[in-house]
Write a protein that binds this ligand. Sequence first.
Ligand SMILES: [Zn+2]
Length: 331
Amino acid sequence: MSELIAAYPWFTERFQHLAKLHADKRLPHALLINGMSGIGKASFAKSFAQYLLCQSPVNGQSCGQCKSCELNAAGSHPDLFLLSPEEEGKQLKVDQVRALGEFIYSTAQQGGYRVVVIEPADSMNIASANALLKMLEEPGADTLILLVTSKMGQVLPTIKSRCQHVECPNPSETEAINWLMAATDLDQEQARSILHINRGAPKEAQKYIDGGLSEHRAQVIRGLADILKQRRSVIEVAQSLQKLDLELVLGWLYSLLSDVARCAACEDADSLRQDDARNMLTAVAKKTDPVKIFKLADKVHEERRAVMLRQNPNKQLLLECVLLEWAGLLK
Ligand SMILES: [Zn+2]
């Protein structure tokens, strides 16, 4: 197994399955790799690409030593094409997809496979998806297109129907903790706590640490507490949170509410997973009607979905609306 896959043990089975398909000459032309965000799907796709391109694989693993593996390690393999939006969070441009055509219909320079990794596959609009369709249908021999997504609902149906789907499993809690400890200098308890905040997704947790998001998170929790204690108004708190990433804030709020709901339903404070807001969540769980919590959690979920679908809402208004209901939980 390549080093990359050794680092993500939860992908081992999928990797071996694909390697077997390849050995049996049954590997399709296009794979749509789907799974929760932040678990390493793109690394998995690149690792499988490296394996396909390796000139002397050993026991279903890339060797790490041949010319091809060296080129891959240097990020300059001529038969590997990585396609992502020019800016994170933006759409893949139709010109970028067209440039892929030149690659797909040329001869492999190292004489083996040609591999394309498109990530995220949900960043294609109708024009760029259309440009890709023909390549998906007739990519030529020994060509594999790997499309990676964590937002399957946003991948266009025309793309979906032309790919074989690979569903990725989530890491177990132990696997995720071990990964995060190896990637950072956190101890086990810190790693567990940060993973709970980040839905158990190790790469998301790493981003949380590297991006200094704990400060943003603290702002959100402080704001929620201030509203309950009537230290600041809903409008003031909404203003203070305006500059933060709305999708992230709503995601946190949703997890916090899910925690409160779980705690209220089983009347057990130990069921709380978000350690950094324990006191506030316990208090809310004790005093609130669970129906109200579920209603607000649903609303937050819906609003977050709308934000993910890029329906640019009025941030201040949306935050006020949600925070007003949060304030209402204790009334
Ligand atoms: Zn090799």
